[in-house]
Structure formats: C-alpha cells, structure tokens
Design a protein around this ligand. Structure first.
Ligand code: NAP
Length: 500
C-alpha cells in the first residue's frame, strides 16, 4: 500500500497517519485527510471541469470502460484486501466487483444512447400572433465538481468507483471522493485503477481525486467547499443529516443526495401467511442475515395479523435465525451500534425478545423481537433502523391497524407485500399508502439485492433519502449530476457545444 491520497494525478502524503482496523490481519498506516487536501482536490476538479464536461459521450464511455477493465485487472488484490478489511466473505467481494464494473459499463452504454440528455426542441414560430416564438432548445448539462462519500457497507459498489462516481463521471462531472476509513486499502487499489484509466484515456488529472478518511473536518470541508456543486452520500442518518444541513446552510446551498436509514417493512397479508408462514419466515431470516444484515434494504420489520399463523411464523423465524452463525461486522463502531440497538429494542415497552444475541466484540448474531401493532404505533423509536441482523415482528389486530402502520411509516427505500389471490383487496387498499412511503414496492419477494438497471429506484422519502425525487442506483441516478439549460435562438455555429 502507498498509504497516501490521490490528488489530481499525484499520490500525496500528509503529516499525520491513522491505522486501519481490518477484520483480519495486520493494521496498516494511511495518511489522514486534511482540509488543505480538500482545497487542492476541489480546485483541480474545477480546473478539469470545462474540458471534461465537453468531452464526447464516446470519450467518457471509453473512460468508464477503461476503469472497469483496470478494476478487473486488480481483481485478486481487491478481493483479498477488501475481505481482510471489511470481514465480508471473498465471494461477496467478487460479486460486488462484478456489480461495480457492470455499473461502470452500464453507464458507458447509457450515455452513448444519448436520451439521458432529454433533449427538447420547440422550433421558432416567427409568424405566431400576437407574438412570435423564439427557437428554444433544452438539454441537460453537467453541474460541476461532485463530492462522493464512500459507504462502509459496500466497499466497491458504493465507494471509490461505485455508483455515485460512475454516474457523475458519465454525466461529465469531475469527482472528489472521501474514502471510508473502514476500507482505506481497498479504496487505494481502486484509485490506482482509476489513475491507470485516466492516463490511458488522456483525461485531465483533476477529473478524480481520493482523500482518505480519518478526520471529520475532511467531510465538512468537502461539502462546504465553494467549488463543489453536489454531494452523493450513503451512510448513517446522523452523519448524513449533519452533512445535509451543512449543504443547506451554505451561502449557495447545493443538493445533497444522501441515502440514509430504512427498515424496509414487509406486510404479510392473511392469505399468504396462512398458506406459507414457515417458508416466508425462512426467506425473511435469510434476507435479514445476508451480509450480517448490513444492507440498506435489510427488511427489519415484518407486519402480520396476530393469531396461530403469526405464532407459526415467529417460531419458524426463531428457528431459522438461531441456526445462523454470528458474522463479523464492518467496523467495531458498527458492531457496537448494533449491540446498543438490540439492547434498546429489548427495553421497549411491550417488546418481547424471541432471540437475544449476546455481545461478541465485532461479531453480530441475529436478534428477533415481537411486539403488537398498538405498541408499534405508540412508540416511533421501534421503526428506527438498527443496522445489522435484527428483526421485529409486529402483530396487528386486523387490516385497519395494518393500514394505520403503513400510514405512519417514515420514508423507506422499499416496502414489501406478501400476498396471494385472497389478499387482493387488502393489497389494493395498502398500495396507494405504500406508494407515498417507498421508492420500490416488492410483491412476494425480499428486498436485499438491488438490480442495477434502467427502472431501479433506490431512494425514497426522507429519511430513506434526502432527495425523494432521485435514485442512487440505476441509470436514472445520472440525473442527480445534470441540470437542464434552455438555449434561446442558439446560433448553429455554437450548437456542437451541445453534442455531449
Ligand atoms: P457514517 O457514520 O454516516 O459515515 C459515513 C461517512 O460520512 C464517513 O466518511 C464519515 O466520516 C462521514 N461523516 C459522518 N458524520 C459526519 C459528520 N458529522 N461530519 C463530517 N463527516 C461525517 O456511516 P458509517 O461509518 O458507514 O456507519 C455508521 C452507521 O451508519 C451504521 O451503524 C449504520 O447505522 C449506518 N449505515 C447505514 C447505511 C445505509 O445504507 N442506510 C449504510 C452504512 C451505514 P468518518 O470516516 O470521518 O467517520
């Protein structure tokens, strides 16, 4: 490892260092980020902007494909370091690498099609009465340098060359990444891949910088830097909200595209529960414990009608979760937050612990709790995310209470309906409520596993995201880094400027 920051084409050191805290193997030293480095990276990004924003879609597509190739060329190194740093199994890292290179290539194809520019044209009507109409053309233009915060739970797909970076580079925006201190080595290897692609494709050096983590003032300096035009973030509600507030309080407020917390409730309707309570419970347990529950789409809450089928569901879920081994979490802090969350849940009024895991340093074993619909409605804290493999069963006294719970939900990334034919009317009544709550509504499935494609929406009303009209996964995510500009009576000699 070089252990340095990558600022505008140079590997740059800083006075202080921090030690990584890998799940396995020896810790390594990395330079601590500073506000001075933020200044250097943002200035270089602004200097690169004009040239980069005017590159053709073919040029940027070539750049994105080259980054994907360079990441593949470092596949083994990435898997080994990523797994060691995060504790995630090698197979997961390999899968995530495929998703990361896949989304880089998807954005390359997407910009080549050109429709992301949403070109519109209202030709001039010189003879229109009472007033002539000018010629009007609208096109999306890149907004400027973008700041990206790498997420702890996706060291590749939501990190240095993850979806935020890929979509911003595709749009024509230079990127300054604040690496997550949970995986600085993985970040460095991916930055080396981007460095190689930048050189091979002749891109301006300021098009990409990585500032390693380790200090809070790097994040604050980045989102308040006058040259940064928008921010992409995945992480905690508290951190995201603090950074969002800083963006809003700037003299020139900028958009903060934060993907924060979500409990991704599942509504299990009576027909489906009666037909397959055990199978649903086993499917839920598998989804809940995947990756130690460290997915933003983890389905933490199951709402279902009280009765013998609910008891069967709880018994089957307890059995399936009991058989799941404890798993290493991403960081000591995340493990601590999980154990604290389990303790808080267990102390809630009318909350019964069905499976209570003991504190095991950085490991998390599944936990399962049960409560009533009335208690859930009374205690808003029960719908706050506990990041990790924690499930809460909410037993309701009928369809009316299920609707009340749906109506009282905070914004969610996903909501799920488990239903069969007999449940159609109840589902029909719930659907308009859920549409106002979530970015993605699933039927008879589990929300972990987010397809990267044209129709995906990974966002939702606050606090699922800070910007409900957008998604951070899928091709639509490019719109976060574009701004519509209307050109009135644009001379033909200047129109090539709009080819992008
Ligand atoms: P985090 O604490 O929100 O940190 C994410 C990034 O934001 C880090 O780079 C962090 O910098 C920075 N940051 C956070 N608060 C800041 C502040 N007040 N000022 C400036 N920068 C700030 O998230 P995390 O470290 O990944 O995990 C902590 C918790 O986040 C978890 O326990 C979990 O609850 C939640 N989480 C949720 C999701 C999700 O998808 N919803 C994903 C991951 C984590 P530093 O490196 O300096 O801390």
């Amino acid at each position: 490892m070089i252990g340095k920051h990558y600022i505008a084409g140079q590997w740059t050191g800083s006075d202080k260092t921090f030690l990584s805290a890998p799940a396995q193997g020896p810790a390594q030293e990395f330079c601590v980020g500073t506000p001075d480095l933020v200044e250097a990276a943002c200035s270089a990004a602004e200097a690169a902007f004009d040239a980069y924003a005017r590159t053709s879609a073919e040029t940027r597509a070539g750049f994105l494909n080259a980054i994907a190739d360079e990441i593949e060329a470092r596949a083994e190194e990435i898997t080994e370091t990523g797994s060691r740093e995060t504790g995630l199994p090698e197979a997961r890292l390999q899968g995530e690498r495929g998703r990361t290179t896949g989304q880089l290539r998807l954005f390359a194809d997407h910009i080549l099609k050109g429709d992301y520019l949403d070109r519109r044209h209202d030709p001039a009507l010189p003879d229109r009465q009472p007033l002539p109409r000018p010629d009007l053309r609208m096109i999306q233009r890149p907004i400027g340098p973008v700041a990206v915060f790498g997420a702890s739970n996706f060291p590749l797909a939501f990190s240095v060359a993850g979806g935020d970076t890929a979509s911003a580079l595709a749009a024509g925006c230079p990127v300054v990444v604040k690496g997550h201190s949970a995986h600085p080595g993985t970040s460095e290897i991916v930055a080396r891949a981007i460095e190689a692609a930048t050189l091979a494709c002749g891109m301006p050096s300021g098009v990409f910088s990585l500032i390693q983590g380790g200090r809070r003032d790097v994040g604050t300096a980045l989102v308040t830097h006058p040259l940064i035009r928008a921010v992409g973030f995945t992480g905690s509600l508290a951190g995201g909200r603090a950074l969002f507030d800083l963006c809003a309080a700037r003299p020139d407020p900028i958009p903060f595209f934060g993907e924060l917390g979500s409990v991704n409730p599942m509504f299990i309707l009576p027909g489906a529960l009666s037909a397959k309570s055990a199978a649903l419970a086993e499917g839920w347990a598998a989804s809940l414990t995947m990756g130690a529950g460290q997915f933003c789409t983890n389905p933490g809450v199951a709402v279902l009608p009280a009765g013998p089928d609910a008891t069967g569901f709880a018994d089957a879920a307890t059995k399936a979760l009991s058989a799941t081994m404890a798993q290493v979490m991403l960081t000591d802090g995340i493990a601590q937050a999980y154990h604290d969350g389990c303790d808080r849940m267990g102390q809630g009024d009318h909350v019964q612990g069905l499976l209570v895991s003991s504190r095991q340093s950085r490991e998390a074993a599944p936990s399962l709790f049960r409560t009533t619909g009335a208690a859930f409605l009374d205690n808003p804290n029960l719908q706050h995310e506990v990041f990790g493999p924690l499930g809460l069963i909410v037993e309701v006294d009928g369809a009316g209470q299920m609707k009340q719970i749906a109506a009282g939900l905070e914004g969610q990334l996903t909501c799920t309906l488990h239903m069969d034919d007999a449940d159609t009317e109840t589902a029909r009544a719930l659907l308009p409520i859920l549409e106002r709550k979530a970015g993605r509504i699933l039927f008879n499935g589990f929300p972990t596993g987010v397809e990267v494609c044209d129709s995906m929406v990974h966002g939702g009303p606050y606090p699922a995201s800070t910007n409900f009209g957008h998604t951070s996964v899928g091709t639509l995510s490019i719109r976060r880094w574009l701004r519509p500009v209307c050109y009135q009576d644009l001379p033909a000699t200047l129109s090539p400027h709009l080819m992008g």
